[in-house]
Design a protein. Structure first.
Length: 72
């Protein structure tokens, strides 16, 4: 499954800085644009995995998962 997210990126002095619009707290800085994109990709993946684990742990037992679609 592939889901697209939006990164807001900018160069500031010697650094590239980026934030993921849809996931608060996912932000990175690197020396090159390519490194930044890869770092954001990995950090986003880790955040999504952690958030999923956290939600399932909080639910305990007897839960079900529902897919929800949002149009912007």
């Amino acid at each position: 499954m592939h889901i697209e997210y939006t990164a807001v990126v900018k160069q500031q002095d010697d650094w590239w800085i980026g934030w993921m619009e849809e996931i608060p707290g996912v932000n990175c800085q690197e020396h090159t644009y390519e490194e930044l994109i890869e770092s954001l990709r990995l950090t986003l993946k880790e955040a999504l995995e952690f958030n999923r684990y956290d939600a399932i742990t909080a639910a305990g037992t007897g839960y079900r998962e529902e897919k929800i679609t949002v149009s912007l």
